[in-house]
Design a protein around this ligand. Sequence first.
Ligand code: FBP
Length: 550
Amino acid sequence: MEISPLQAARKAYSPKLPAALRNGASVNVIKGNPLPAFADTEKIAALFPTTSNMPDLTFAAGNGEKLANPINVGVILSGGQAPGGHNVIAGIYDGIKSLNPASKLYGFKGGPSGLVDNEYVEITDDFMDAYRNTGGFDMIGSGRTKLELPEQFDKGAINAQALGISAIVIIGGDDSNTNACLLAEYYKAKNVPIQVVGCPKTIDGDLKNSFIETSFGFDTASKVYSEVIGNIARDANSAKKYWHFIKLMGRSASHITLECVLKTHVNLALISEEVEAKKQTLSEIVDNIAKMVAARSANGENFGVLLIPEGLIEFIPEMKILIAELNDALAKNAEEFAKIVDNADKLAFVTGLLSPASAAVFSSLPDVMRLQLSMDRDPHGNVQVSQIETEKLLAELVKKRLAEMKKAGEFKGKFSALTHFFGYEGRCSAPSNFDADYCYALGYNAAAIIGSGATAYMSYVSGLTKPAADWKAGAVPLTAMMNVERRHGADKPVIRKALVELDGKPFKAYAAVREEWAVKTSFVYPGPIQYFGPAEVCDITTETLRIEHE
Ligand code: FBP
């Protein structure tokens, strides 16, 4: 297979490991205190009788001792792609070989369904080497099948045991790791000798807590988006004639948007969590943007850049109610809805299922957006926010508002908007040095967890703004990150999704400067990810981590 010159050069990169893993994945384990669930402790303890209230584990370097017997491990990539996934697999591979060179790693193909359907590939030296430090999940593929039913768990156990597998690593986000925990509990309660270990993946950055400082992929993806946002900002400042409305991936959380504005200093970043807290309506949001455009125009600057988190729509109060009603109505009437072919009939059918207030909001939206809101939910019940063109809606509404302001003499400038969506282009980039190191360390550390005999834990590596050698390595019980949430009309145990905290340091840092950035052109141009060169350019991580650790 032909590879690019960069990919060839990156093959030689040796990811760095924390000191705790310097003598291999056989580590000394220091047990912390038992950790109850993050919230709803009694409910979680009742649902996870064998895997709740376990201690966190901290690792210290061992003496390189080998395990008497090899271990066979299965690995699954779950959910959306995130840069660095292949390095997690490389870390697991090298880690289990350090425990015993005859250990084997099997990749279950196409996500969690690979375990149930027995679709797998044995990972060998050559196969692994072809994917070290590369982006993407194409090595074994990914998928969004939910692992949650006892039949799936039983089939998985039969398939894994036929390969001699005694541990499964699930590389996924909050939902996938919730399912990893269900699997671990099921096996432990039934004495099935298969350990389950999770690794924190998602570009969205919403799997984080006091142990998990960031999920992998967030660093690289936000660097890719910031490069392009910076380029667009420079284009805007050169041509001086366009307003760029840029929607960014990240699902419900606005971490990516916040990180990108902190890197590029563009005129405005809407933060969904703030919109919700302040109960800002769509028309208030539009008003604020229009005022900013008018203020810049009064300074002779008829251009600018604004960032929109893809989940925004779910946080605008009237839209939130509408989406909740749609979720409910579409779930209850799925069969009937699926039979309707004509788009106009679909919209009429859906409108008829809504309360009068939500029907009015729904009717006020352009047809294309109404259809996007009526689309299938993903297997975890999430609205597919990446498919909803909020950037176009906002650009259109701001244009209308500015026309009204012009009539009233409140706006004398010009307004021409261009819209963009950056999402998929960031998910498979070659991982930055940070993500290459972090992912390899997470995978190697997962091997250490397996070697220690633990199950129902997530691999964590922390102290991430320090040099990699000083990173701490350990394991946090999956149940410790859980609470109970209402999903599909039922109470479900889930790993808590971490949204942007309005009293957190990164948001406050932005809030302190945003009025100035809104009006005065203050753009910063981050440029592309650098893999070779000075450490202060190549090895820096996110503004979010830097500010949080300050
Ligand atoms: P994960 O939670 O699986 O990591 O999702 C990441 C993500 O890229 C979201 O930002 C986005 O909303 C979603 O996947 C898009 O899903 P799909 O790949 O199914 O279109």
